[in-house]
Structure formats: structure tokens, C-alpha cells
Design a protein around this ligand. Structure first.
Ligand code: ATP
Ligand code: MG
Length: 339
């Protein structure tokens, strides 16, 4: 599998009246062809800023992508692209879908026409052929009676159908990468599962590489090949999906996993919730950013940032508990854990 996207030392800040908010603090990761990478973490950890950086949608000012950051798409630095190249990239090569489809759908235009426009611009089809293609796209995303639905407006669609329509628009130009930023957050659980199934099907069918952004580790289990966990602008653990679920090593990942409702849980109503809040990104701590909330924190955790420890070819974690001198801690989950 070739690398289609390489993010290197990405650093993004926002300049505010209160000072410089360090939203993303030097993260590096790759996306392979035909793979779904999930980016998971609590609100404010830098997921959307990362996604927007890839699309070059960071508004400057107040935002700033720092010198030294690189985002290579097929080896070419997106951060150095000129307007014309960027336009092609955004419409034709990388597509993004957002949490709330109503902000991206045009309420005054029929759904079929919205999809057709994207097809006309990016694939050069005439209006009639593009519309026929749009109807096909609606079918692909499992919208029944697609020829009739194509002639309806967004307000005539349910929330789940709008999100499917958004996916159809995003895929209409046959992108190499689809970035889905919390594509199901506004939907109920059953519809969420359906949209996830759809993403999986589409990837099997079309082979699009997907970056799936969510705060909910639970919904990515069946869809993602790899998962990276973000915390306060950093990637603190990453691995194949089974490595993250079966052998998580960061106490923050444990917390996220404990917050996922489990079918085998003794008491299904009581869910674990992480205490405390992430650090202020105006003044990130010098040590591990999770230390203040971590029940296993040692003195060193507040003093210095842990290095990324490699646990396998694909799995790594940034935590002082990996240090050979650190006490052996048992994961609170009924799975592997640090032992
Ligand atoms: N326009 C902005 N001005 C100032 N700060 C911003 C701006 N946009 C984002 N930030 C800050 O950057 C950090 C990362 O934000 P980001 O939107 O990437 O979070 P997120 O992980 O997507 O969260 P959520 O799950 O809530 O969508 C946050 O601390 C946020 O306050
Ligand atoms: Mg976000």
C-alpha cells in the first residue's frame, strides 16, 4: 500500500486576544491508499484543525500553519500549492464532509442538481449526463427512489439522508481522499451505524482513502484500519484498530475505551467518564498534557514530555509508563493493557 498523504511536523496556531492558541503541536502521520484512518479524541484536541490544514482551509489570520510543517499529497506539498493547484486538489482529489450537512448543502437547490454541478465542474460532463450520474450517486449511497429524490430540496430529506447526500456530493468528483469530520455526530445511533456501514461499503467499492474524524471511539471499530488518538494537539497513541482495542497502552486511551458503551457491561446505564479537562492550549504544560488527569501520573510526567515508544511496527504510544523504570500498571479494561 502506497502512502497517499504524509503529514510531517504539522503545527498550527490561532492568534487570539488572549495569546497564541497552539491547536496542533507538531504531529506527523501517513495515510495509505485504500485505507480508513480514524482520528479520535475529545473536543478541542485539534481534529478539525488537522483536517482543515490538509484542505488548506485554515483562515489566516487568525490561524497560522507554522514554518516547517509539511503535508505531502502524492509527494507534493499542499502547503506550497498555488491557487489553481489548490482548486483542483479541493474539488477533485481531496473531498471533505462536515458534521452538519445543512451548512454545506444549498437549501435553495435540488439535491440532484447540487451533485450534478460538482460532477460537471470536476469531471467535465454536460448537464444531462451529470444529472444522470448524480442519480446514480444517490443510489450508491443507498437513497431509495433516487430519481425522485434527486428532484427534491435538502429540507425534504431526513438528517441521515442529508448526510448521505453530502457523501454523494463529496464522492461525485471521485476523490482520492475523503475527509469525514464527525459525519454522524448529529444523527441518532442507528443512523450513525448505517452511515458507518455505508462508508465501509463505499471504500470497498471505490477504494477511496478515508480520514474519519470522531470523538467516539466506539463507532470506528468496524470501519477503521488504523486509529490515532489525539490529545491537546498531539498524537498520544496510534495503531491498527485491533491493537488499540485489544492492547491499548495510554491511560487516556483506556479512558476513551471505558467511555464506550459495551454490550457485555454489567451495568449498561453507568458509563465511565473521564474526569477533568484538557490543558489550556494558550500555555500547554511542559510535561505530558494528560498528567493532570491521569491517575497513574508520576513526578516525571509533569516535568517532561514522554517520547513515542514503538510497541510494534504499527503501534506506538507516548507515555512514561513505558519507561523500563516505571511501575507496572494494570489496565482497568478487561483487555491487554500495560503489563
Ligand atoms: N478560529 C479559531 N480561533 C481560535 N482558536 C481556535 C479556532 N479554531 C480552533 N481553535 C482552537 O484550536 C483547538 C483545536 O480545535 P479543533 O476545532 O481542531 O478541535 P476538535 O478536536 O475538532 O474539537 P471538536 O470535537 O469539538 O470538533 C481548540 O482549542 C480550539 O479552541
Ligand atoms: Mg472538530
Amino acid at each position: 500500500m502506497g502512502k497517499i498523504l504524509e503529514v510531517k511536523k504539522l503545527k498550527v496556531s490561532y492568534h487570539t486576544y488572549a495569546g497564541e492558541v497552539q491547536s496542533v503541536r507538531g504531529i506527523s502521520f501517513d495515510l495509505n491508499e485504500n485505507e480508513t484512518l480514524a482520528v479520535v479524541g475529545e473536543s478541542g484536541c485539534g481534529k478539525s484543525v488537522t483536517a482543515k490544514s490538509i484542505m488548506r482551509l485554515i483562515q489566516t489570520p487568525p490561524g497560522e500553519i507554522k514554518q516547517g510543517s509539511e503535508i505531502l499529497f502524492n509527494g507534493k506539498d499542499i502547503l506550497k500549492m498555488q491557487d489553481e493547484e489548490l482548486r483542483k486538489l479541493r474539488g477533485g482529489q481531496i473531498s471533505m464532509i462536515f458534521q452538519d450537512p445543512m451548512t454545506s448543502l444549498n437549501p435553495t437547490m435540488k439535491i440532484g442538481k447540487q451533485i450534478a454541478e460538482s460532477i460537471m465542474i470536476h469531471r467535465g460532463l454536460n448537464a444531462k449526463d451529470a444529472f444522470a450520474e448524480a442519480v446514480k450517486m444517490l443510489e450508491t449511497v443507498n437513497i431509495p427512489n433516487s430519481d425522485k429524490r434527486a428532484n427534491q430540496y435538502p429540507h425534504q430529506f431526513s438528517g441521515g439522508m442529508r448526510q448521505r447526500a453530502m457523501i454523494a456530493i463529496a464522492l461525485a468528483c471521485d476523490p482520492k481522499i475523503l475527509i469525514a469530520d464527525e459525519p454522524t455526530t448529529a444523527l441518532d445511533v442507528t443512523i450513525q451505524a448505517q452511515i458507518m456501514d455505508l462508508m465501509k461499503d463505499l471504500q470497498d467499492k471505490l477504494g477511496t482513502a478515508i480520514i474519519l474524524i470522531t470523538h467516539d471511539l466506539g463507532i470506528v471499530a468496524s470501519v477503521a484500519h488504523r486509529i490515532q488518538v489525539m490529545y491537546s494537539g498531539l498524537i498520544i497513541e496510534r495503531g491498527k484498530t485491533e491493537e488499540i482495542f485489544k492492547n491499548p497502552q495510554h491511560p487516556y486511551t483506556w479512558g476513551l475505551l471505558l467511555s464506550v458503551p459495551r454490550l457485555d457491561a454489567v451495568n449498561k446505564d453507568v458509563l465511565y467518564s473521564l474526569n477533568g479537562t484538557p490543558p489550556d492550549l494558550l500555555k500547554p504544560p511542559v510535561g505530558c498534557p494528560f498528567a493532570a488527569r491521569c491517575e497513574y501520573a508520576m513526578a516525571i510526567c509533569n516535568e517532561s514530555m514522554p517520547e513515542e515508544t514503538k510497541l510494534s511496527e504499527t503501534h506506538s504510544v507516548s507515555c512514561w509508563l513505558q519507561h523500563p523504570m516505571a511501575p507496572k500498571v494494570k489496565s482497568p479494561l478487561n483487555v491487554g493493557g500495560a503489563e
